[in-house]
Design a protein around this ligand. Structure first.
Ligand SMILES: [Zn+2]
Length: 207
């Protein structure tokens, strides 16, 4: 029998308890490995996992912003400036003021899609790190973006007019981890759905 039906949970409740259990497991794993991590949280979800966020903070990890919502619409590579600034400002306010996670300075775009406009907005709001570029990512889906193949692998300051090139912006871009086969990097499939990335932890920890 479907576990959700057996325990009388709605799909939303079931997903939420799965998420909460996963966060607990991640925290234990990170403690065992003595790694400090960044958890990127979508603001619309934050109030529902406020206790878990408190525990993440207590264990001295960083909480980053993962946008306001996480839908198809949240494509920051295409959204106009006004839409982006509304969503990023509101998400930051929810995390910092309503949920009270403290100053948020790291960002990962929902769906890991950004533009130079996104980085400008983040920088103006006091963000110091963005980690949304899947450097050297190659895929055959509608997400295919040839610019990713040439984006720097190591942390870099982007160009104000081009998020995928080194330049002189103050914000750091920290590429998302990927598996390497030959000379091509593949982003690990499901890892994109996790609220954290191993590689980001390394770089953010040693920042
Ligand atoms: Zn995501």
């Amino acid at each position: 029998m479907d576990e959700r039906i057996r325990y009388g949970l709605s799909l939303k409740d079931a997903q939420l308890s799965l998420l909460k259990a996963s966060i607990g497991m991640m925290l234990d794993m990170l403690s065992d490995m003595r790694i400090n991590a960044t958890f990127f949280i979508t603001a619309s979800l934050a109030e529902e996992i406020a206790d878990e966020l408190k525990e993440i903070k207590n264990r001295r990890h960083q909480i980053g912003c993962h946008g306001l919502t996480h839908d198809e619409y949240d494509n920051y590579a295409k959204l106009p400036y006004n839409e982006q600034i509304y969503r990023i400002e509101r998400a930051t306010m929810i995390l910092e003021d309503f949920v009270g996670v403290g100053k948020v300075t790291a960002f990962r775009a929902p769906g890991v899609r950004i533009s130079a406009t996104t980085l400008k907005i983040l920088e103006n709001l006091g963000y110091t790190v963005d980690s949304s570029i899947s450097s050297q990512r190659f895929d055959l889906s509608s997400n295919m973006n040839p610019m990713l193949i040439f984006a720097p692998r190591m942390p870099y300051h982007p160009e104000a007019s081009d998020a995928y090139r080194r330049g002189s912006m103050k914000i750091w871009e920290i590429s998302i981890s990927a598996e390497k086969f030959g000379n091509v990097q593949f982003v690990v499939g499901d890892a994109l759905n996790l609220p954290f990335k191993y590689k980001s932890f390394d770089f953010i920890c040693s920042r």
